[in-house]
Design a protein. Structure first.
Length: 314
């Protein structure tokens, strides 16, 4: 299989002491980098600050790049020789000489536990190797790590103690490091006031990020709950008084005419007409209610009208 020059160059940088990894190892690293990008671009991680997310991504890529070499260095020299403490002991602040400025937050630390290299030469293996070598040196951590790294280890313990749901292996590492730190005059190498101030600043930043996320969630809820304004068409309001059916009006008009025609005098006709209307009005109302019922028979209507005319004539 032919390889590009770029790929051959990368393969040449792989530790020759591990030939069995070769191309497979490189492809695994590339696949892991894709996994990191996919994981961090997931919408469920949108609540993480972009700056924090980028710092985590750089840290993860750096761990995949150096962890194998760090393990081999510890295996060969039995102590630290190069600068890599920032990436093996990550905390809430970047290293003083860390050009990549990698750091963690409470949230990104949980993601690191999921995505950190866990192969035989990964992050966990490096930490456990340091523990193993320190125990061989009678728990003298300064025989494995230089004095300059003691404050970093101290901060590492403080930071990861605040992380909940840690894996068992990490809890064991922290417990061992606490024992090793107790054998060191911490005050001699660590400015405890500075560390406390940094810790307070980190907690303050965490609270501010939480407030920002809360504001973003509220904004999303408001946008989601907006109801579009629908124009309301005018609606004709019906009167509480039921309208009289047309047939009732016709019957009332006919009744009024018949009553008026029976009065000979024109004056009586003028007088009878409004009287007839008043008489016809209750008749019309009753007729309307009767006609409205489909079960009513027509002869009942005739009897009702004749009865009222009989009362008027009398």
């Amino acid at each position: 299989m032919s390889l590009t020059k770029e790929l051959q160059l990368k393969l040449s940088k792989i530790d020759a002491r591990q030939p069995k990894y070769g191309l497979t190892r490189l492809l695994e690293k590339q696949e892991q980098q894709k996994k990191i990008s996919t994981f961090l671009n997931d919408k469920s991680k949108s609540n993480i600050n972009e700056k924090d997310k980028n710092a985590l991504k750089i840290l993860l890529n750096k761990q995949y790049e150096i962890c194998e070499n760090v393990f081999n260095e510890l295996e060969d020299h039995r102590q630290k020789k190069r600068c890599w403490a920032w990436y093996i002991f990550p905390t809430w602040r970047d290293g003083r000489s860390d050009e990549l400025h990698t750091y963690l937050t409470i949230e990104t630390a949980m993601i690191l536990l999921e995505l950190a290299p866990q192969d035989p030469y990964g992050w966990r293996s490096c930490l456990e190797k340091i523990i193993e070598l320190t125990e061989i040196k009678n728990n003298k951590l300064i025989k494995i790590l230089p004095i300059e790294d003691i404050p970093r280890v101290y901060e590492f313990i403080i930071f990861w103690n605040e992380i909940s749901n840690k894996p068992k292996w990490l809890e064991n590492v922290l417990d061992k490091l606490k024992i090793f730190i107790n054998d060191v005059d911490v005050k001699k190498y660590v400015n405890l006031d500075t560390i406390d101030n940094i810790k307070k600043q980190q907690q303050s930043r965490e609270r501010e990020r939480e407030r920002e996320r809360e504001r973003e969630r509220e904004q999303q809820y408001r946008e989601r709950d907006i109801i579009p304004v629908i124009p309301v068409l005018p609606v004709k309001i019906q009167s509480s008084v039921p309208s009289v059916p047309p047939i009732a009006s016709q019957v009332a008009s006919q009744v009024a005419s018949q009553v008026a025609s029976q009065v000979a005098s024109p004056i009586a006709s003028q007088v009878a007409s409004p009287i007839a209307s008043q008489v016809a009005s209750p008749i019309a109302s009753q007729v309307a209610s009767q006609v409205a019922s489909p079960t009513n028979k027509i002869h009942k209507l005739k009897i009702l009208i004749d009865d009222h005319f009989t009362k008027i004539n009398n």
